[in-house]
Design a protein. Structure first.
Length: 398
């Protein structure tokens, strides 16, 4: 069952003063330094002494680092973001030891996202004004939408993207998020490139191809960037110009996906998708750019948390399920179906649109998974005598 209250992050842009920007930049640098120091200490302790160091030990190390002459600058910023980065490192190691992620990597000054997290003791929020520790003035936030009334933020995360824009993310409990009325509708979704998604209802939603719209501008900006001397001021200006184009593309893509996923969640009680391995699919050099621009992973992530918020059911069927080659009318599986063949006729005489047929099969497989009691995550069945619930139910149904 969905909890009554949902923790939700509200992200806003803000425009810091020169003093605030300098303070936050120092904080970002200190956060990165502490993370790398703690990661190095834990790595050395494990490989040299077979000793595991936890968060408490690294917290003691942080106090000792501040007392040294070469790391005395760590005391000039708020201690809360430094403690939070140690907690993040502890979480990264927990994910590694439990097999959910790879070994933690060091933070890079140029590539790693610049961010700092403040807990309740390091900021004040009163009457719509937010002040962070070590700062006298409030943040000049662009309140694009109001926070829920009567809420108290629990965490504030300040970040700066590669385009130089400043953001503040305010985490609080949103009581306005409630389950939607129960419906009797279900939909299967087939993700694609020409059509971003094809629904089992027959509707096709065209892929906006946000990257293609700005491809010429982006290519020109990157050519200019490649000709600049490394370390020069002109190179920084050219890099910022290219980053702004990337940010514009990402913003349009994210806005479109939010509108699409919200509509799907509001109109359907059950949503069935494929468990696509986008990480492996982008290795195809011919389709890598188009697949990345489609952002299937982001769409799935949005569907997952929105379904959890609003009491909907999300089912992911097995990635090896032959949804495209399976006839939705008679259940016959076609041996081969080239990618350029967009419509095909089954031996039973039924003519299928490639994408609509796949969406219908995905919906049928998802409903079979639900009937068999399988979970949202597809089964990983290794036995030769058994098949995942999605395959077993769909292939025997006529």
């Amino acid at each position: 069952m969905k909890p009554e209250q949902v923790k939700r992050a509200f992200k806003y842009r803000f425009h810091p003063t020169s003093e605030q920007a300098a303070e936050l930049s120092r904080t970002f640098g200190c956060v990165r330094k502490v993370y790398n120091l703690a990661l190095e200490a834990r790595t050395v302790a494990w490989y040299q002494r077979q000793e595991r160091i936890n968060y408490n030990a690294t917290s003691v190390m942080l106090t000792q680092w501040k007392k040294t002459q070469e790391l005395a600058f760590l005391s000039e910023v708020s201690s809360v973001p430094l403690q939070q980065t140690l907690r993040h490192l502890q979480g990264a190691f927990s994910n590694f030891f439990e097999g959910r992620a790879k070994y933690p990597r060091f933070k890079s000054k140029k590539k790693t996202r610049r961010s700092a997290e403040y807990t309740r003791s390091a900021f004040t929020y009163r009457s719509g004004e937010l002040r962070l520790a070590k700062m006298q003035d409030r943040l000049n936030i662009v309140w694009s939408r109001p926070l829920p009334q009567g809420v108290e933020p629990s965490t504030v995360t300040v970040s700066q993207d590669s385009a130089g824009r400043w953001f503040v993310s305010i985490l609080c409990e949103d009581t306005s998020v409630k389950p939607l009325p129960v419906l009797d509708t279900a939909v299967g979704i087939d993700a694609g490139i020409t059509s971003l998604v094809t629904l089992s209802t027959g509707e096709k939603i065209t892929n906006p191809r946000h990257e293609r719209r700005d491809r010429a501008r982006l290519a020109k900006a990157q050519r200019v960037l490649a000709k600049k001397e490394k370390g020069s001021r002109n190179r920084d200006k050219a890099r910022l110009k290219a980053a702004k184009i990337h940010a514009r593309i990402a913003d349009r893509r994210r806005d479109f996906l939010h509108q699409l996923t919200t509509r799907l969640v509001r109109e359907n009680q059950t949503i069935v998708i494929e468990d696509l391995t986008v990480r492996n699919m982008v290795k195809n050099r011919s389709l890598a750019r188009a697949i990345s621009d489609a952002a299937w992973t982001d769409m799935r992530s949005m569907l997952e948390y929105k379904c959890a918020w609003y009491g909907r059911n999300l089912v992911a069927i097995d990635r090896w399920f032959p949804s495209t080659r399976l006839c939705s009318a008679c259940g016959t599986i076609r041996e081969k179906l080239p990618l350029n063949l967009r419509a095909w006729t089954c031996d039973c005489g039924t003519t299928h649109d490639r994408d609509i047929n796949a969406a219908c099969n995905i919906l049928a497989a998802g409903l079979a998974v639900t009937a068999c009691g399988a979970g949202v995550r597809p089964q990983r069945e290794t036995s030769r005598t058994r098949q995942p619930a999605a395959k077993q139910e769909t292939l025997t149904a006529k």
